[in-house]
Ligand binder design. Structure first.
Ligand SMILES: [Zn+2]
Length: 342
């Protein structure tokens, strides 16, 4: 009988010593399982109760309960001590040194393409134009047919289009936006349509399969080629400087007639000829023309009452010229060392 009492006392003392020596919450928990758990040393005493004479059992139960209570109480205190220690250790390890220099905040800025676009938009909005956008994935009907480029027209091959299906493609120009606006029937029209266009070109210094265009369209009563020349001359002077001269060379585009290409006098040499303009004194800048009457008709506009002009300019071309960048790929590589210069 006293053997059993001695055994309980021994378990309680051992447990107390190990609790006081526990150095972490996990080791304290292991100890709880080893003593008080289902197979724990103290629990085993209760399981051996069947060998104890019935009249002694209440006393044995009392010893075990007293021991369990004392162990649990001691464990609770140890747990509080260890938790406090863990918190202090964490606070010490996460200490913030307020005297360290802070991480430098890099403030981003606009891409040269965006700077050029905002400049072009500013000029045309100043002349009363709206800035409109359209879908990059387009019906071939809008991209070609309504722009006077019927099935089998060489331009459909020339442009090396990314077709998605027979009728749907990645737009090769922003002109489809013009067709969409004309179709709404709201006149007069004075708009520019900037946006991304796609052609299956190999990447080199002057080509990319994805680039940006800005197309302009004016449709009203009595619009003539003089309006086109005057408008684009103002645009060129605003963009490249007051001294800039313009010249128009005959050209062919399916959706305009007559059509022209516009050159600006070299803003580096003023037209004398230099390395920048390859000795020409002139730099080709955009394509333009009077909207073809057939295009007006296809978009539901009375060609006998209304006339208009249209133009298209490559955004990258403007950015390359204006910032004297000699390789278009630089605009897409997103090298921060390059972009930071603008
Ligand atoms: Zn020049």
């Amino acid at each position: 009988m006293s053997d059993l009492q001695e055994r309980v006392k021994q378990i309680a003392e051992e447990a107390a010593a190990r609790i006081d020596g526990a150095d972490s919450l996990p080791s304290l928990n292991d100890l709880r399982v080893a003593v008080l758990g289902k197979k724990g040393t103290l629990t085993q005493i209760l399981k051996g109760m069947k060998d104890v004479p019935p009249e002694e059992r209440p006393r044995v139960g009392q010893w075990v309960n007293d021991a369990r209570f004392a162990i649990e109480e001691r464990m609770e205190l140890a747990k509080k001590r260890l938790e406090a220690a863990a918190l202090s250790a964490q606070l010490a390890s996460e200490h913030i040194d307020v005297t360290l220099p802070s991480v430098r905040q890099e403030i981003g800025h606009r891409h040269p393409n965006t700077i050029a676009l905002k400049e072009v938009e500013r000029i045309f909005v100043g002349m009363g134009y709206e800035v409109l956008e359209g879908p990059e994935i387009e019906y071939d009907d809008y991209n070609f047919t309504k722009l006077n480029i019927p099935d089998g027209h060489p331009a459909r091959d020339e442009q090396d289009t990314f077709y998605i299906t027979k009728e749907i493609l990645l737009r090769t120009q922003t002109s489809p936006v013009q067709a969409r606006v004309m179709e709404t029937g709201k006149l007069p029209i004075r708009m520019i349509a900037p946006g991304r266009v796609f052609r299956s070109d190999e990447v080199d210094a002057t080509h990319s399969p994805s680039f940006h265009q800005i197309e302009g369209l004016v449709v009203d009563k009595g619009i003539t080629f003089a309006d086109l020349k005057g408008t684009l001359a103002v645009f060129a002077r605003e963009l490249f400087g007051e001294e800039t001269k313009t010249r128009f060379r005959p050209h062919h585009f399916p959706f305009t007639e007559p059509s022209a290409e516009m050159d600006v006098s070299c803003f580096k040499c003023g037209g004398k000829g230099c390395r920048f303009c390859k000795g020409e004194g002139w730099i080709e800048i955009l394509g333009c023309g009077m909207v073809h009457p057939h295009v007006l008709e296809m978009c539901g506009i009375d060609k006998d009452v209304y006339t208009g002009f249209a133009f298209g300019v490559g955004l990258e071309r403007i950015a390359l010229l204006k910032y004297e960048i000699d390789d278009m790929r630089l605009l897409y590589e997103n090298d921060v060392r390059f972009l930071k210069q603008f």
